[in-house]
Each structure stands twice: as structure tokens, then as C-alpha cells.
Design a protein around this ligand. Structure first.
Ligand code: BES
Ligand code: MN
Ligand code: ZN
Length: 504
């Protein structure tokens, strides 16, 4: 898909489809839309006054312009009420409009950006509109071989502006939106790809694509190297599978060599059957998405490099399958983690925290300013918070605040759960230092409590993305299936990060 820019008036550009928005509480078209409405003899006013189109949020109407303007169609898109409006809604509105254009079988659409006097507003609206449109158009079709000609795609989005002062901002914002949306699509593709084609080795291949970018370096630890280091928590999980585990290290250097990095850790379970503590078979296939944290970290590094964010960022992705093979680890086994601490395995399905434990210990090597891990860690988090929210736990209030802010900006919102001392009792073991699961109570919290024992001397936040990583129903700009959650949250977090401020 290509993004084009044109300096032109709304009334003068020969678009196949011109997307125009309208608030529910405005009596008639406003701004540039008013001029377009005049040029088409009040077509828009007519449909609004008739009551057939009220401008309700996500409402759409297609109008045909009968040659009154060069644009063939107007896609009227409702923004809802002004006081409830925000960028998150705008993303959804442009996604819905773009999907409508695609459903009509068209290959392109155009929209006009009114430059706002506030330059920040112009940038934010352009970015949100384009990001929403591109994200909403995502489809995973690489395995379809029949009737491929029936798959509809949008090939071009054109952004119009007629204010010189705004054009430059619009250009920059559109470039950022495109980079970020592509990184989300990259993550979604990895998650959508089934377990037989997205093994740990396939994740390494995907990481190689990122490593082709400027200032990105890839290092991969194989099983032998992990053994030498002593990553036996991770290796324990990997034992039941014939696919060799990999430990992926992506380093993006956007700042000076000696500047301490931000380390992102992503759970890379390319398939989680539960192992010997095997899961029920209903919906087990969804567990191909258990590497969504790893995919998000890779997507975030990709976007950071493309946006040339002036920070050092390291991505760590421990990758393995969790299968009940003949050499599989078993309930009752005791594993010695990279930290030296021992873990009694009480449930082989609580594998994510084991591979993350070693990754969090390994993170200490980079002397990080902060470490954030993203993981589809617990069903309990999904039960507690649903699929709209990311569960957040951590050891540092200012860092949590930064992430909360990025969550509100991107719509990838986080909600904090408590990580109090009380929960640690639940993962004490009689025979080892810790056990890898408590009872069912407070499952999302005991998982984080477990992780906290492997965290080094750095500010740390754990993001449980089990809810939003995989959707069974469409959201306005997130088609059902792999959401790519965490990519935009992390990229926004990095963009906000002020190096000199007195951070955690
Ligand atoms: N990958 C799962 C968590 C999960 C479940 C993610 C559903 C997305 C949707 C994780 O490895 C797991 O199995 N967790 C167990 C932990 C339990 C055995 C302590 C769970 O949540 O049931
Ligand atoms: Mn599991
Ligand atoms: Zn898992």
C-alpha cells in the first residue's frame, strides 16, 4: 500500500472516494467539508437534514457526486459527539471508512486534512487517521490459494492538504504512521502464522529481516550456548519439543555507544500445548499466539529503527515450543535458573514465566535503564480484565506512569494490578526456592510475583497481554485474530522517553 500527498483542495481532486467526517452534534458540514457540500449542491446537507445520516460514531454513507466535483464518491463518516471524541475514536472512524471503501471493491481513497493552528493537533490527527486506516485494513491471506482474485485490497491512500504550513507536518506524521502501522502488521503476521511455520528458528529468520536495518544488530544464542550460560529454566521448557530453542537478541543503537539501553523482553512461545500438564484441545490452536509478546518486541525494535528514535533499545526474545515430548519436563521437576535460584515445576503449563525468568536475569548484562517485559502470560489476566486492557505490574511507580501515559495516547491501555508482599507466599516451595505456579487465586499476580525474583537491579514493568493479543471479535481498527498489541504502546513509550529527565 502506498501513501501519497497532494497539495489540492477538497473540491478539486479527482478521487475515486473522498472520505469526509461529520460530528453528530453539528447541524451542517463544517470546515473544508462545507465547501465540498456547496460544490455538490448540498448533497451532504440533504442526507444530514433528512435524518438518514446523523454522524453517529462509525456511521457511514456513500454519496455519488454526479460529476459536480472531480471526486466520484463521498464517503461520509460519523465522528459521534464532539465531547466524547478523541484520537482513539478517529483511528476507528478511518478504519471503518477504509473498510467500506475496500468492500466497494475500490483500490484507493483520499482524505483531506484541515491544518489546525496548533501544529501538534495537525500531526496527531493525521497520524491517527492514517494509522487507523492502515491497521483496520489488515488481512492475513498468505495461506489462501482459492479464489485469490476475490480478495479485495486498497493500494493507495492519498492525503490532501492546501495549507503550506501544514503540509510539512502532515508529511512527517504520515511517515511515522506508516512506519508504525507496518511494524504492527509485521507483528500481526508473525502471530497469525501457524506454529508449523513460526517455530523458534522461523522467529530468528524474522529477526534477521529487522537486523538488515541500519543500526540494528542480531545475536542468537543456540541451545549449546544457553546450556553453557545455565539457562535451565528456559531449556527445561524446551525439552519436550524437537524444535531447538533460540534466544534472540536484537540491539538497536540510536544513541551513543555507552548510553544504557531500554531493554524489552518478549515471551516467544511459538506454540504452547501446556506440555505434560496439557491444555484442553478446544481452542488450543489459539496458542500459536503465545509468542505475541516476542512479536511485539520485534515490531517495536523495527519501528524504533525506522523512526530513528535517538535511544539504545535491546529486544530479548526467548523462543521455544512447549510440547509433551518424551524428554519433556514434568511436574515435580526442579530447574536451576540462570540466576542460580531453583524452581519446582508444579505445572508445565506455567512455562512463560520460566523462559522469562532467564531472560530477565540475562537483561542485567546490558545495565539497562529500565526493563519492560511483554507476555501472554496468564489466562487469569484475561479473565480479570477482558480483552481491552493490558495488565501491568512492576517495581517502579514513575516507569508505570510513563507506560500508563503511552497507553492512553495509543489506545493500548494498561491497568495496574497490585504486586504486594502478600502474594509471594503463594509461590513458596517446600523443596526449591520457588514453585512456578500458585493455586488459581490471583493468577496474574502470582505470575508477576514469580518474575520479580529474577529481575535485576533495574526498574521493571511486566505487561500481561494475554487478553488483547488475540481477539475473537473485530474491533474498529483491529480485525479479529492477531492484534499486534504492545507494538504501538512500546513505540509511543520510546518516543516519549526523555533521556535527560530524572527517570526511575
Ligand atoms: N500462554 C498461557 C496463558 C494464556 C491463556 C494466554 C489464554 C492467552 C490466552 C500460559 O502459558 C498459561 O498456560 N498459563 C496458565 C498458568 C497456570 C497453569 C498457572 C494459565 O493461565 O492457566
Ligand atoms: Mn502455558
Ligand atoms: Zn504460555
Amino acid at each position: 500500500m502506498k501513501i501519497d500527498f497532494k497539495k489540492a483542495k477538497l473540491t478539486e481532486y479527482p478521487a475515486e472516494a473522498m472520505v469526509v467526517t461529520h460530528f453528530e452534534d453539528s447541524a451542517s458540514p463544517e470546515g473544508a467539508a462545507r465547501l465540498l457540500d456547496k460544490a455538490v449542491g448540498g448533497l451532504m446537507t440533504d442526507i444530514i437534514e433528512s435524518g438518514d445520516f446523523q454522524g453517529k460514531l462509525y456511521q457511514l454513507a456513500v454519496l455519488y457526486t454526479k460529476g459536480l466535483v472531480p471526486a466520484k464518491r463521498i464517503i461520509l463518516a460519523g465522528l459521534g459527539e464532539k465531547k466524547k471524541f478523541d484520537l482513539e475514536k478517529l483511528r476507528g472512524v478511518y478504519a471503518k471508512a477504509a473498510q467500506q471503501v475496500r468492500a466497494l471493491g475500490l483500490k484507493e481513497f483520499t482524505f483531506f486534512m484541515d491544518g489546525d493552528d496548533n501544529r501538534q493537533t495537525t500531526k496527531e490527527t493525521t497520524e491517527a487517521a492514517l494509522e487507523g486506516a492502515i491497521l483496520g485494513l489488515y488481512q492475513f491471506t498468505s495461506y489462501k490459494t482459492l479464489e485469490c482474485d476475490k480478495i479485495k485490497t486498497i493500494e493507495r491512500i492519498t492525503v490532501l492538504a492546501d495549507r503550506d504550513d501544514a503540509l510539512e507536518d502532515i508529511h512527517a506524521a504520515a511517515a511515522a504512521a506508516e512506519i508504525i502501522a507496518r511494524a504492527v502488521h509485521f507483528a500481526r503476521d508473525l502471530v497469525s502464522t501457524p506454529g508449523n511455520a513460526m517455530t523458534p528458528s522461523d522467529m530468528v529468520q524474522a529477526a534477521r529481516r529487522i537486523a538488515k536495518k541500519k543500526r540494528v544488530r542480531l545475536k542468537v544464542l543456540d541451545v549449546a550456548q544457553m546450556k553453557t550460560l545455565g539457562m535451565h529454566a528456559l531449556l527445561g521448557v524446551a525439552r519436550g519439543s524437537d524444535e531447538p530453542a533460540k534466544f534472540i537478541i536484537l540491539e538497536y543503537r540510536g544513541a551513543k555507544r555507552n548510553e544504557p539501553p531500554i531493554v524489552l523482553v518478549g515471551k516467544g512461545l511459538t506454540f504452547d500445548s501446556g506440555g505434560i500438564s496439557i491444555k484442553p484441545s478446544e481452542n488450543m490452536g489459539e496458542m500459536k499466539s503465545d509468542m505475541a509478546g516476542g512479536a511485539a518486541v520485534m515490531g517495536a525494535i523495527m519501528a524504533a529503527a525506522d523512526l530513528q528514535i535517538p535511544l539504545n533499545v535491546v529486544g530479548l526474545v526467548p523462543a521455544t515450543e512447549n510440547l509433551p515430548g518424551g524428554s519433556a519436563y514434568k511436574p515435580g521437576d526442579i530447574l536451576t535458573s540462570l540466576s542460580g535460584q531453583t524452581i519446582e515445576v508444579v505445572n508445565t503449563d506455567a512455562e512463560g514465566r520460566l523462559i522469562l525468568a532467564d531472560a530477565l536475569t540475562y537483561a542485567q548484562r546490558f545495565r539497562p535503564v529500565v526493563v519492560i517485559d511483554l507476555a501472554t502470560l496468564t489466562g487469569a489476566c484475561k479473565i480479570a480484565l477482558g480483552d481491552h486492557v493490558i495488565g501491568m505490574l512492576g517495581n517502579n511507580a514513575p516507569l508505570k506512569e510513563e507506560i500508563r501515559m503511552a497507553g492512553d495516547q495509543t489506545g493500548e491501555r494498561v491497568w495496574e494490578l497490585p504486586l504486594w508482599e502478600d502474594y509471594h507466599d503463594l509461590i513458596k516451595s517446600d523443596v526449591a526456592d520457588f514453585k512456578n505456579a500458585g493455586s488459581r487465586v490471583g493468577g496474574a499476580i502470582t505470575a508477576a510475583a514469580f518474575l520479580s525474583h529474577f529481575v535485576g537491579a533495574y526498574p521493571w514493568v511486566h505487561l500481561d497481554i494475554a487478553g488483547p493479543a488475540w481477539l475473537t471479535k473485530d474491533k474498529p481498527y483491529v480485525p479479529k485474530g492477531a492484534s499486534g498489541t504492545g507494538v504501538r504502546l512500546m513505540v509511543q513509550f520510546l518516543r516519549n522517553w526523555k533521556r535527560d529527565a530524572s527517570h526511575p
